[in-house]
Design a protein around this ligand. Structure first.
Ligand code: AMP
Ligand code: MG
Length: 431
């Protein structure tokens, strides 16, 4: 991974760049320009590629389906022989089952019993579903006006024509894609290697679960939230624990993290009034910017690169997230998620938003993006409605846990009236 531009050069490409009051969209643009993509490709068995990123275009080498075939259980016939206003009578000359084709010619006035997926006998182009028909011995009776020529026949190549791109590089592979790959006979799939992401928490007040909770201390929750969010993204997550607020320990943690991973995520220690050493060590070991983002929660954030193994080449991308547990999640979803998808080689799609009516007024100042935790439900009239969960303090993780989505109030938006429509990011739609 090469990163030819300096952070200043990248910043100069972002219009209205102001590190002390950076709009969310500008921060996103900066990050998109900053992050490199993995290039290493590996071939993996099809069952191992769910959630992985496709590294090459997949072009179909065959027609899928390979032959015209029946879409119904019934009888294959010639559409041209259907009578317009009276029953059509045809002689049943044989049967074709899926996987066991009817071979040979069908004489004029003949038809073939056929099952779904069976290859259409030569010369026949229409399938009448069984339930529309009657049989009298070896004679099939089709009432008039129940179907027209060409009905219930699937054409060769209608799913995928030979030479057509089936899937494009950069696609995050989903269940349907695995089926599509299988339908092409593709046993092994070229995917980018998994992204490695190291993370740790900083702060002397933090205790890991399993340790006694000393006076004035809190359990480290961020590492678990971050671990969980990384699992959803399908990256390899490397947990480096809680790191003491001590220069040597921090330097060692950053060096180890950058040495072992494509990206490093830390939480805590990046706010303006921060007395600890995190910011200093970040700045010493790497090329790092400290931002104040025009958003709530999640104002402070560090972004940059940390060289691996002491040299500046092939750097790891640093995301220094704020310490507050809600701010960690919000900044992860606002910035890190998409950045990691890009780094993993994916073409990130915009996160699907829901439009919902706010049940109550919401106070909001223009000039910053707000992410308020909300509970989305169906109103009696079937419309989506959203209610803000109680206290919105950025330390109150329960507000996040109670919510099923985040109300996204845009940079320029002002206060919201009761009943007004707002954008909601439903958590269930997130990777
Ligand atoms: P900081 O950004 O380091 O000033 O931290 C802001 C707040 O978040 C403080 O109340 C910290 O105790 C809290 N905090 C920081 N890191 C964590 C963590 N890993 N788990 C839980 N709370 C944290
Ligand atoms: Mg701290």
């Amino acid at each position: 991974m090469n990163s030819p531009q300096t952070l200043e050069q990248i910043a100069s490409c972002v219009s209205g760049y102001d590190p002390n009051s950076l709009p969310v969209s500008q921060a996103q643009e900066f990050i998109a320009r900053l992050v490199p993509r993995v290039t290493a490709v590996e071939m993996k068995p099809i069952r191992d590629v769910l959630g992985r990123v496709l590294a090459r275009d997949i072009v179909s080498a065959i027609d899928v389906p390979a032959h015209d075939n029946s879409a119904m259980d019934g009888f294959a016939l010639r559409g041209s022989e259907l009578q317009a206003n009276e029953p059509t009578r045809l002689r049943i000359v044989g049967s074709g089952l899926a996987g066991q084709n009817f071979e040979g010619e069908v004489p004029a006035g003949g038809c073939v019993r056929i099952t779904t997926g069976a290859v259409m006998p030569v010369g026949l182009d229409t399938v009448v579903p069984q339930e529309f028909t009657q049989t009298e011995g070896e004679t099939l009776v089709v009432p008039p006006r129940v179907l027209k020529a060409g009905d219930n026949r699937r054409l060769a190549g209608e799913d995928l024509a030979r030479g057509e791109p089936a899937l494009s590089a950069g696609r995050l592979l989903r269940p349907a894609d695995l089926g599509l790959l299988a339908s092409l006979g593709q046993a092994e799939v070229p995917v980018f290697r998994r992204l490695r992401v190291a993370f740790f928490s900083t702060g002397d007040e933090l205790r890991s679960i399993g340790e006694p909770l000393d006076a004035g201390c809190v359990y480290d929750s961020n590492r678990y939230t971050i671990w969980a969010m990384l699992q959803r993204l399908g990256v390899e997550a490397i947990d480096l624990g809680v790191v003491r607020d001590e220069p040597a320990a921090l330097a060692e943690a950053f060096t180890q993290a950058a040495g072992s991973a494509d990206a490093v995520i830390t939480s805590g220690g990046v706010s303006v009034g921060e007395a600890d050493h995190t910011k200093k060590i970040m700045a010493e070991l790497g090329e790092v910017l400290f931002w104040r983002i025009a958003m709530r929660p999640g104002r402070p954030m560090a972004i940059g690169r940390i060289g691996r193994n002491g040299d500046g080449s092939n750097p790891s991308i640093l995301f220094g997230l704020p310490g507050n547990p809600v701010a960690v999640m919000v900044t992860f979803y606002a910035f890190v998620r998409e950045a990691l998808l890009r780094m993993a080689g994916a073409m990130p799609e915009a996160m699907p938003l829901l439009r919902a009516a706010s049940t109550e007024p919401i106070r909001k100042k223009p000039g910053r993006t707000e992410y308020q935790r909300g509970i989305v439900t169906r109103a009696p009239d079937g419309q989506w409605q959203v209610r803000i969960t109680g206290a919105q303090g950025s330390g109150i993780l329960r507000s996040m846990s109670q919510a099923n989505g985040m109300v996204l109030l845009r940079h320029d938006q002002g206060s919201i009236n009761a009943g007004e429509m707002v954008d909601v990011l439903p958590f269930d739609s997130l990777l």
